[in-house]
Design a binder for this molecule. Structure first.
Ligand code: MTE
Length: 322
């Protein structure tokens, strides 16, 4: 199981480690210097929001031990091939149409079965809990995958502040509803707002992350700015973006894709090569960045995190509880 402590141990990330991003920066500078401002407007979707706003860098980013020893996917690929239906259903739509979304200021309401319901502000979140870098595998149900250097906060630390009661068996999450900034929400692709849920032990597992950045900087809008969930052993759709509400519940909360197509998407949605999906093989996956004709690789049970999360499901039939 290739989870490891960072090659360089805990500490700051050296700029030399962020090669794919440097390549991207060079390309941007080249384009600008060459006077390609207008060309960028007609260029692939990925260019739009990056030119639109600056994102804060996280200084003193500590490297977490929860990091896989694999080459990260380039920032270009991570930010230009997205699923974020609030901005449209095409893979380029989130990058193309999320430029007007205003992620800050931001706060998240936390309530339900807990002793101290309340609101947590974004600045409080990143200031109080400490942001770490964690390089995770991330796999979409559509059979593509990537390696993402997230910046984030372990979710259990945040949840503990609100003191869940013994009745808190699940945690429900909700995405912001702003049809005026999110053009997809003006249409009925999905039942808005997007909602997701985890069992409490899944939410409290140390791998579960509230991500606030990638490649050492705040999240681009298309990746779920300013705060999104990352649950690396589950299919990507469980990793809900632009979260405004977290609720502790006694019963299993509804989830968007299960409401949409219950025969295709269950509550658990653990990456499982043994359970096929009617439209995409779950046995193999294509790494973003390798080109359309790159050889597919085998999908690992729980996305390779079996040692860490297997015990959460001991004795459960994961075909039935998919
Ligand atoms: N969250 C919201 N609010 N809306 C979405 O459409 N798509 C999900 C998930 N979170 C989605 C969402 C799906 S299907 C995937 S695969 C991942 O986000 C994609 O994350 P990425 O674009 O950062 O790769």
């Amino acid at each position: 199981m290739p989870i490891r402590t960072s090659r360089h141990g805990p500490g700051r990330i050296r700029p030399s480690e962020i090669t794919p991003k440097d390549v991207w920066l060079d390309r941007r500078t080249l384009l600008r210097n060459a006077g390609f401002g207008l060309a960028a407007l007609a260029a692939p979707a990925a260019f739009w929001p990056r030119l639109a706003h600056a994102r804060r860098k996280f200084d003193d980013l500590v490297k977490s031990k929860w990091t896989v020893d694999e080459e990260p996917t380039s920032l270009d690929d991570i930010t230009s091939y997205n699923n974020f239906y609030e901005f449209g259903t095409g893979k380029g739509d989130p990058a193309r149409y999320s430029g007007d979304f205003k992620p800050l200021p931001w706060s998240i309401r936390v309530g339900g079965e807990c002793e101290k319901p309340g609101v947590i502000d974004y600045e409080d979140l990143i200031g109080s809990f400490g942001v770490e870098e964690r390089v995770y595998r991330f796999r979409c149900v559509e059979a593509w995958s990537m390696i993402v250097p997230w910046a984030g906060i372990q979710l259990d630390r945040v949840l503990a502040r609100f003191q869940p009661t013994s009745k808190a068996k699940y945690v429900a999450f909700e995405t912001v509803y702003r049809p005026e900034e999110m053009r997809g929400q003006q249409r009925g692709f999905l039942d808005w707002p997007y909602v997701e849920g985890l069992r409490i032990d899944e939410a409290m597992h140390p791998l579960t992350l509230l991500a606030v950045g990638i490649y050492g900087e705040e999240l681009p809008n298309q990746n779920g700015a300013p705060v999104r969930l990352v649950v690396p052993w589950k299919y990507g759709y469980k990793s809900i973006k632009s979260i405004v509400s977290i609720t502790f519940t006694e019963t299993e909360p509804p989830t968007t894709w299960n409401i949409q197509a219950p025969h295709e998407y269950g509550f658990y949605s653990n990456v499982n090569p043994e359970r096929s999906h009617p439209r995409w093989s779950q046995a193999r996956e294509r790494r973003l960045g390798g080109g359309l004709f790159a050889k597919k690789i085998a999908t690992l049970k729980f996305n390779g995190y079996e040692e860490e999360v297997g015990p959460l499901y001991a004795g459960m039939d994961l075909i039935r509880h998919h």
